[in-house]
Design a protein around this ligand. Structure first.
Ligand SMILES: NC(=O)C1=CN([C@@H]2O[C@H](COP(=O)(O)OP(=O)(O)OC[C@H]3O[C@@H](n4cnc5c(N)ncnc54)[C@H](OP(=O)(O)O)[C@@H]3O)[C@@H](O)[C@H]2O)C=CC1
Ligand SMILES: O=C(O)C1=N[C@H](C(=O)O)C[C@H](O)C1
Length: 233
């Protein structure tokens, strides 16, 4: 498979390594200064760039019939536009706030726990995410997906950073050293606490998930999620 990397930072470099080990070819490494992009040279594009760059990169790929795997976070105000464009162009698209197998299982666990807790108002829910100090967006995309899972199954109607009420689900974002990504969901009552936590030890899981998604999307058209790729039901 011929892969173009949109963004060649920490994730782009890890994806290159995993992709080469799986027998794929990296045909382009694209950044904000790249002028001419040969879209005919690539079978799939993988975008791990920057919040302000992601939608433009995705648009270019759809306009040139290239399937897109999007891992960049912090651009989701334009997600519906991306879906519309993908459908108009009969393209192929997967966005995931987190591509790792472990976090996608954690998302399922989070939804299941939220359903079990939905009629137990004595438990107050809160989310915490910890990442490295270079991270640009807060809260993390993963924390937002977790919050959406809780909100869909509870009386919380929205999430906010560092702000809580009976209807506001609070998210705390911490930036510490080189932490690759730690997410915790807490249910706290007067008598006890239930916590679920995912800790990434490095970036390999994210990169492997993105390459697996790229392998999976070849030959398909439509908008998909990691639930489709991982066959999580
Ligand atoms: N979904 C997931 O599983 C994961 C998602 N992420 C997300 O992926 C994104 C990238 O993370 P990470 O690799 O750690 O970040 P880095 O800052 O290490 O890399 C981002 C790269 O994008 C480049 N860039 C800037 N503008 C453009 C552009 N217009 N087109 C292409 N590339 C551009 C930057 O170049 P320069 O430095 O020259 O500006 C930089 O090399 C973040 O949004 C992060 O949250 C991260 C891990 C997992
Ligand atoms: O920026 C990162 O590093 C990460 N970003 C993603 C997010 O915002 O959730 C995924 C992972 O946690 C690492």
């Amino acid at each position: 498979m011929r892969i173009a990397l949109f963004g060649y930072g920490k994730m782009g470099q890890m994806i290159e390594q995993i992709a080469r080990n799986r027998g794929h070819e990296i045909v382009a490494k694209i950044d904000e200064n790249t002028q001419d992009i040969d879209f005919n040279s690539m079978d799939v594009a993988i975008d791990f760039s920057m919040p302000e760059a992601a939608f433009g990169n995705i648009t270019k790929c759809f306009n040139n019939n290239v399937p897109v795997i999007s891992g960049t976070t912090g651009w989701l105000d334009k997600y519906e536009d991306a879906i519309t464009l993908c459908n108009d162009k009969k393209g192929a698209f997967i966005y995931a706030s987190n591509f790792s197998l472990g976090v996608n299982i954690f998302f399922e666990l989070n939804n299941y726990l939220a359903k079990m807790m939905q009629n137990l108002p004595e438990y107050k829910v809160s989310l915490e995410e910890i990442h490295h100090t270079q991270k640009l967006d807060a809260p993390s995309g993963t924390a937002i997906t977790l919050a959406e899972g809780v909100i869909a199954n509870s009386n919380y109607s929205e999430w906010k950073l560092d702000n809580s009420s009976d209807t506001i689900l609070p998210i705390t974002s911490k930036r510490i050293g080189k932490v690759p990504g730690t997410h915790t969901v807490d249910y706290e009552s007067v008598v006890d606490r239930i916590s679920i936590k995912h800790t990434a030890h490095n970036r390999e899981g994210f990169a492997l998930g993105a390459v697996t998604a790229a392998e999976w999307i070849i030959g398909k058209s439509g908008v998909f999620t990691m639930r489709d790729v991982l066959n999580l039901g």
